[in-house]
Design a binder for this molecule. Structure first.
Ligand code: ZN
Length: 464
């Protein structure tokens, strides 16, 4: 399992909630309506749950059997914290890092949802609870006031502290709308509309904002991908600057792995927004950034053929976005129907770069440089194999053709493995590939380099 796949599994619960939230918001804004997202932040939520109340609620809900509740209670009765050299008993909090804690917290907070439904008539689907991440969708400002009041009262009764400064209200609006409550659109001197700003700071102490990071995804008031894109750009640049000194010493294979582990997961948060994005150019920008970050990490020129980039990644991001959505919907429906989880659709992933050394990126780089001879004649051409042959009658090994060889070698080995697979854990050996490609690519790089240098030397390119 590659790192991006584990991320895939870990994020699944979050994806389900995000997809549900987005669907509820989009339903309103495609109808031309405005919907207010009330995002709640409870200060130190897990540590604040009073045990007495927690076990009272557990018994009332009768989700567990009495003996199970007793067992949990006994466990929590021994829950102590260390202060200095003393341990003190603590009668608050669900165990940090325990797998059941988010579930316990969900049960603890469920009566808040019930109250919002019963007193205000907010639909169950508009109250999104994911442990201590709470989102309430309100159709009017009046409803917002009332919801905040109910949350305030519930918090006081339940020993929780609503962190109002970190909570937020986002007024989600259709993209083309001209007026949005709480917001104001600035105008240029010539009267043309510019960006939106907030013109009311808060409502009942909760800040009104243009965007909020919910479950790892930046949701802005127009539900565009822009805010999250900026965040990815910033974060990936930061990572590159730190990794750059080490990149040249590693293999293509290892750099692909670094990208899959550190960069690609940054895009996971934008996938839910992409499934509903209607702007083709916005989507193209995201796929463009995926390819751009990959080329950068693999030290490949930005002019490297796009087709082989997806093959190097080993999975088509377009398919991945689709699968994310389908998987979220499937998980949600199986949960709702209480049916078996199953495995869902599996997207095959390949690592054609397995064991491929650094020579490949240098071979590609050479063919993506501007031809200095033609440049002298005022023409801007890349020193591709085709250009070298057609114009200068120099034969070099084309990197696109080389890539097909690498792919075919991998695919053949992969098929052979599937045929004689003894167990599901048997896998392709990196060393087999490394042995083969290290020798071959070194030779090809040397031949190409010699021929290009000779060619440039004849034309005394460095004398001018
Ligand atoms: Zn040329």
């Amino acid at each position: 399992m590659t790192a991006s796949q584990t991320g895939f599994v870990r994020n699944m619960g979050i994806q389900v909630n995000l997809v549900r939230a987005l669907e509820r918001i989009e339903k309103r804004i495609t109808d031309g309506k405005i919907v207010y997202g009330l995002f709640l932040d409870f200060a130190n939520a897990y540590n604040s749950v009073p045990h007495v109340l927690l076990f009272k609620k557990l018994r009332e809900k009768a989700i567990f059997e009495e003996k199970e509740v007793n067992y949990l209670q006994a466990m929590y009765a021994r829950y102590r914290i260390k202060i200095g050299s003393n341990y003190i008993r603590y009668n608050k909090g669900v165990a940090q890092g325990s797998v059941i804690s988010p579930g316990l917290f969900n049960i603890f907070i469920e009566d808040l949802a019930t109250e919002l439904q019963e007193s205000l008539g907010i639909g169950a689907e508009d109250i999104l609870l994911y442990a201590d991440d709470v989102l309430i969708l309100c159709n009017s400002i009046e409803l917002l006031h009332k919801a905040i009041k109910i949350v305030d009262l519930w918090s006081k009764k339940n020993g929780m502290e609503l962190n109002k400064k970190k909570s937020a209200i986002v007024p989600f609006a259709p993209r083309k709308v001209k007026a949005i409550p709480f917001l104001h659109r600035l105008k240029n001197n010539d009267g043309k509309a510019k960006e939106w700003i907030v013109n009311r700071k808060e409502l009942d102490g909760v800040p009104i904002v243009l965007e909020y990071k919910y479950l790892g995804t930046f949701l802005n008031f127009k539900l565009t991908t822009q805010t999250h894109m900026e965040a990815i750009r910033k974060k990936s640049d930061w990572i590159f600057i730190r990794l750059y000194p080490y990149l040249a010493q590693t293999s293509m294979d290892a750099r692909r792995d670094m990208w899959a582990t550190l960069i690609f997961p940054l895009f996971h948060g934008i996938f839910p927004l992409m499934t509903s994005e209607t702007s083709v150019s916005a989507l193209e920008k995201i796929y463009g950034l995926i390819k751009k970050t990959f080329k950068k990490m693999l030290l490949l020129p930005q002019s490297t053929s796009s087709e082989i980039i997806y093959e190097m990644i080993g999975v088509n991001p377009v398919d991945l976005v689709k699968a994310y959505y389908q998987e979220a919907v499937r998980k949600w429906t199986t949960r709702r129907n209480r049916s078996e989880w199953g495995w869902g659709t599996k997207i095959p992933r390949y690592n054609i770069l397995l064991g491929v050394p650094n020579n490949l990126s240098r071979i590609i780089k050479m063919q993506c440089k501007i031809c200095l001879v033609c440049k002298r004649n005022g023409q801007s051409e890349l020193m591709s194999a085709k250009h070298m042959e057609d114009v200068h009658n120099i034969e070099i090994y084309c990197y696109k053709k080389l890539w097909i060889d690498i792919r075919e070698y991998y695919v053949a080995k992969w098929h052979r493995l599937q045929e004689k697979k003894k167990s599901i854990t048997s896998r392709l050996k990196r060393s087999d590939f490394a042995d083969h490609w290290t020798a071959t690519l070194e030779k090809i790089e040397e031949i190409n380099k010699t021929r290009i240098e000779e060619f440039l030397g004849i034309h005394k390119i460095f004398d001018i």
